[in-house]
Design a protein around this ligand. Sequence first.
Ligand SMILES: C[S@@+](CC[C@H](N)C(=O)[O-])C[C@H]1O[C@@H](n2cnc3c(N)ncnc32)[C@H](O)[C@@H]1O
Length: 262
Amino acid sequence: MPEQTPVINLKDQDPAVRKMLEQKLRAKEQQLLMQNSETSRIANELEKIHMALAKIEFPEIEYLDYIKKNYHEKGIGSYLEVGVRWGDSLAMAKPDCMAVGVDPNFDLKHDLPSLPKLFSMTSDDFFFQCTDEYASSFELVFLDGLHEARQTAKDIWHSLDVLKPGGEILVHDVLPISMTVANPESKSHFWTGNVWQSAYAYCGKNYPLKWEFIDAFPSGLLRLYDIDPEFRPPRADIAKSVRHASQMQFEARELLDFLRSL
Ligand SMILES: C[S@@+](CC[C@H](N)C(=O)[O-])C[C@H]1O[C@@H](n2cnc3c(N)ncnc32)[C@H](O)[C@@H]1O
């Protein structure tokens, strides 16, 4: 019988137990990555391992709960979401919140209490067409669209134009539990894309903003706040940082440790 992936108790806070489980899962990940058998079976197995690793790494809160608790329950008045899909995150905006969703392929499966304005287009098209209309408008921008580093770096840049002074930007999927899940050709069904490289481009650079990586299940959030309303970093500097990050290599949990050290 094949060895089962251990079931992880989300509330298990004992660091020694967590470490031991993590090491076991990472060893299993490496074994699977070296196998040449059927791709879909490996992808399923890897997904279970990556999900279990994420539960160990982020035991406290899930990203939707974090956003709900820290923003919507506090009553933000305006919200932009890039990447809507089924509306899971957009559904948290309250009826009195001016909400806007952008996604070329949304497929709503929820009632949306805020009755948002929905734009069926890419973020590039939205920012090109609507930045004047929404200049300095949003208290929170949540970026969860195309999971590609250069695109996300651009989405952050464009968000600065529509952010209300004092507003914040949240970026999803910035803490990949291993390089495997961040690889554009990931072998696992658990996938974050290389969004972390866009986080690297904005953090630790003496820019006039503050940042915080949030340990939210399953793959972390980046919070950009206290942003100087005039701040527009040179696009070439951002592109250079993304290129730099794309050449970095990390093993096991080194990528997580590196990002948290920024
Ligand atoms: C991970 S889903 C969003 C999930 C949603 N935010 C949630 O938490 O439930 C990513 C979405 O981004 C959309 N997307 C892909 N490329 C995009 C782009 N260039 N601009 C905006 N949205 C994009 C996809 O269509 C997909 O629905």
